[in-house]
Design a protein around this ligand. Structure first.
Ligand SMILES: *Cc1c(COP(=O)(O)O)cnc(C)c1O
Length: 235
């Protein structure tokens, strides 16, 4: 095994152990939480090594990076997730490459994905991104925009809305982040009641390298982890 793969495999094992412990503390099963490896800080070589270490679901926050990595690593069955702001003029390129778009941050973007998915004869799993911390520089729907959007989900037949995604506030450490995670879960629970039949907001994508254990304790089903996976590697 190469040095790079070995180091990443060790990092991954440590994180998975912490995921299992956090799940156990919350009385949840470890396999109820998926680890999404975020590869935005690294190149193709490290991304390939992460896949070889056993992390097969990967996320990028820029459409351009996602497209170039997905193409360069097209020989690997990677499950790509788009996790950052997606301009509507990039939807056509991104939709064929992804297993999920986690960052639907407006009704217009949802409509654009639905229309292009129909053209491409696909059904695209998506999450609705919520600006739960209310920070001006962050993308995402304001919490009070969720209910009116959720009530229209029956109009979209080529996207499958599976839940919510958010980034916790940057200020205030894990304590503030935990408050954001709790708020996202409660918002989801309320929005579920307004969903049309057949729509289940089962997924909560929340938690990153610095706060994923709190996110799991508050109900995360997907944790998006970047920097902790790539500790101790030489670049
Ligand atoms: C970069 C990024 C992450 C991962 O951040 P780390 O702190 O490096 O784990 C998760 N989600 C999104 C949307 C990101 O842009």
């Amino acid at each position: 095994m190469g040095e790079l793969v070995r180091t990443i495999t060790e990092n991954l094992a440590r994180i998975q152990a912490r995921i299992a412990e956090a799940a156990a503390r919350a009385g949840r099963k470890a396999d109820a939480v998926r680890l999404l490896g975020v590869t935005k800080y690294v190149g193709q070589r490290e991304t390939r090594a992460l896949f070889e270490s056993g992390c097969t679901a990967l996320g990028e926050n820029r459409p351009q990076q996602l497209c170039s990595k997905a193409e360069a690593l097209g020989d690997l069955p990677i499950e790509w997730h788009m996790i950052g702001h997606l301009q509507r003029n990039k939807v056509r390129r991104v939709v064929p490459l992804v297993a999920m778009i986690e960052s639907i941050d407006s009704a217009r973007l949802l409509a654009a994905v639905d229309r292009i998915a129909e053209e491409l004869r696909r059904r695209v799993p998506v999450l609705l991104e919520i600006n739960i911390a209310g920070e001006a520089q962050k993308h995402g729907l304001a919490p009070d925009q969720l209910r009116p959007l959720v009530e229209t989900l029956g109009d979209y037949r080529h996207v499958e809305v599976r839940g919510l995604m958010a980034m916790a506030s940057l200020e205030g450490g894990v304590g503030a982040a935990r408050g954001d995670f709790t708020a996202l879960r409660q918002l989801r629970d309320r929005a579920q009641a307004d969903c049309p039949e057949g729509v289940t907001l089962g997924e909560l994508s929340m938690g990153m390298s610095g706060d994923f254990e709190a996110a799991i304790e508050e109900g995360a089903t997907i944790v998006r982890i970047g920097s902790a996976l790539f500790e101790r590697i030489d670049r």
